[in-house]
Structure formats: structure tokens, C-alpha cells
Design a protein around this ligand. Structure first.
Ligand code: DGP
Length: 113
């Protein structure tokens, strides 16, 4: 199976702005940010989407949620962010490697904050 973009980032075959990493997850700045803060929290394990998540993987999700909370504070958007995952092409998923978006602050192209 061909490697996803995120697998290539994890393996350092592609560059990315890494804001956090441990043995289970990597968090990077989104290349096409939808807001002033747009971070991707990615499972290192090759799970295509939330729908393929198995019970043994639940600790990874707990880790991602906890890290989202910390990163939101670190990037100053703790009271102004969305946290989501797209499941399936029709929902806008383009990279089939489990990841969550932390999107906060000023929305790109908007006048509001
Ligand atoms: P989704 O559409 O939910 O599968 O989210 C994939 C996100 O990945 C999308 O917001 C754009 C981002 N993205 C795509 N290619 C790259 C890349 O090469 N580097 C980084 N940092 N982000 C990427």
C-alpha cells in the first residue's frame, strides 16, 4: 500500500512544522490553514479513519484529545477553537491516515477574530 503524506512526514521523507511528537502521535501545522491556528494531530499508527479505529487504539485518541487541549492553550486559542476529524471523502477527508484538526483563532479570509 502506498504511504500517505502523513506517513512520509512521520518517516521524515517530507518536511513539516512539528509542534509536538511522541511515540504514538505527531502534531504538525496544516499546510493549508483554515485559521490562524490550524494544527493536525496525527496517529502514528496507520489507521485510515475513525471508522477503522479498534478498541486497542482508544489510548491513542485519549492522548490526541489531551494534546489538543494543551496545544490550544500553548497557541493561545483555548477559548476559541474547533476540534474535528473528517471521515470519508464525502465529509472532506483527503488524507486516509487518522488525524484530527485543531482550528482556532482568526478564520482565514474573515474579518472577525
Ligand atoms: P483532511 O482533509 O481532513 O483529510 O485533512 C488533511 C489536511 O492535511 C488538510 O487540511 C491539508 C493538510 N495537508 C495536506 N498535505 C499536507 C502536507 O504535505 N503537509 C501538511 N503540513 N499538511 C498537509
Amino acid at each position: 500500500m502506498e504511504k500517505t503524506i502523513f506517513a512520509r512526514i512521520i518517516d521524515r521523507e517530507l518536511p513539516a512544522e512539528i509542534v509536538f511528537e511522541d511515540e504514538d502521535i505527531i502534531c504538525i501545522k496544516d499546510k493549508f490553514p483554515q485559521a490562524s491556528v490550524h494544527i493536525l494531530l496525527i496517529a502514528k499508527k496507520k489507521i485510515p479513519s475513525l471508522q477503522q479505529l479498534e478498541e486497542d487504539d482508544y489510548p491513542i485518541i485519549v492522548k490526541i484529545v489531551d494534546r489538543a487541549k494543551h496545544l490550544a492553550r500553548e497557541f493561545g486559542v483555548e477559548d476559541n477553537y474547533r476540534f474535528l476529524t473528517n471521515c470519508g471523502t464525502k465529509a472532506g477527508q483527503s488524507v486516509f491516515h487518522l488525524h484530527f484538526h485543531l482550528i482556532g483563532g482568526k478564520v482565514s479570509g474573515s474579518k472577525g477574530g
